[in-house]
Design a protein. Structure first.
Length: 144
């Protein structure tokens, strides 16, 4: 399995971070990685997003695959099991409260399938974009 795992400590209340993270309409204002996201954080709902990695813009249609309000959500695709033999991805956003004013944020991606194995050397280089998103979320949550 191909995986990117990143995390950061954010000195802000969990609800504040969650509200920023799930306000997709404002991503263009602060997020250097996911520059546009359209959709809602509701299980099964469709999400359209544009990821920016270096000078490349990647449009993606996915579905919310898991949602625990206030704590975590993920999106991924394709939604049919046989498609994952070729390519499947799931992006996880996880918030863990450490103290009432400090949280651990995890921004992770798992990819499976033949195509994922083939393109992994390119995708692996996108880890810096995940880190940049983490740092931008931290900055926004700590400054508001």
């Amino acid at each position: 399995m191909n995986e990117i795992r990143t995390e950061i400590i954010i000195n802000a209340p969990k609800k504040k971070i969650w509200d920023i993270l799930t306000d997709f309409s404002s991503y263009g204002d602060w997020n250097p990685f996911l520059i546009k996201v359209i959709g809602n954080v509701e299980p099964g709902s469709n999400i359209f997003f544009v990821a920016k990695m270096n000078f490349m813009f990647v449009p993606v249609l996915a579905s919310i695959t898991d949602c625990q309000m206030g704590s975590r959500f993920s999106w991924g695709g394709p939604g049919f099991e046989w498609g994952k033999q070729l390519f499947g991805a799931e992006h996880f956003f996880i918030l863990e409260e450490i103290t009432p004013d400090k949280c651990r944020f995890q921004n992770n991606e798992k990819m499976v399938g033949f195509i994922a194995d083939t393109i992994w050397p390119l995708m692996e280089q996108s880890e810096s974009a995940y880190i940049a998103m983490n740092e931008a979320l931290k900055s926004r949550a700590e400054s508001k």
